[in-house]
Design a protein around this ligand. Sequence first.
Ligand code: NDP
Length: 285
Amino acid sequence: MTEILDGKLLSFKIRENIKKDVEVLKNRGISPCLAVIVVGYNKASLKYVSFKEKACKELGIESMIFKLPENTEEINLIKLIEELNNNQRINGILIQLPLPSHLDQNAILEKISPFKDVDGFTPYCLGRLLTDNPLFIPCTPKGVLKMFDEYKIALEGKHAVVVGRSIIVGKPLSLLLLRKNATVSICHSRTRNLTEITKKADILCVAIGKERFISADMIKEGAVVIDIGINVTDTGRVVGDIDFDEVKKKASYITPVPGGVGPMTIAMLMENTVIAAKLQKELSG
Ligand code: NDP
């Protein structure tokens, strides 16, 4: 029988533990604080920022939201990041992506102090992951790995196929699967014969942003299927990159959308913020 990987329930459990952790820290005089920068008026971005703000509030983490106008100049954004890097009250800094097209995303992310990089997108943090010594692990891939742990899904020796190669999801997720001794194939928009590869996957993780793109005939019977995509249909429904109703009939485990990887991402952001608070306490002696 197919088991649904319930990210909502698992994230709730994780958040309860983080809440306790935050209380302990506060009793030691450490009050975790996350700064979130959002540039422009992208509706989805503003919605995600409000989710993050709400999660912080629920867990007793302080949040500071910086909403900058669409036409913000790079120099001013970098100035703000540098101020936040130097502000001892702030433990984590997050820039909501995507940034407006006139801003150089890589150049901006590089300015975040790696010790406050709770999203794990700076070259330093990604490099640490690549060299098997992670500092902050990007939240979505980290959340996916937590789901494998929780549901005791073995990865060693399995063929894991990741569809999508972004810095946010596909690439770090591939590295994490490799660290767990899976044999990893990475697919993207130029991959030839995608179905031939996805059909060989014991573990299939998809992050492409294409509504119900992966159909049942693209997966192997009994595969573990992780849907990371978030797409809004013409009728306003939120769906993933997987045709859930059909694929569910063949998969051994599957994540729903919503209620799968999404809630795990926010829980991991909260976890990374608490780790950052502890790390900075250590660094300051
Ligand atoms: P990007 O647009 O940065 O990357 C998409 C990737 O998919 C690219 O590597 C692209 O290939 C690949 N791709 C696109 N079309 C195809 C195709 N037809 N066949 C194979 N590969 C294809 O997206 P993100 O990684 O940022 O996000 C992906 C999805 O995950 C989105 O729906 C996003 O909303 C969702 N998401 C969900 C999160 C969550 O918490 N659940 C968090 C972050 C993202 P190429 O490199 O060749 O262009």
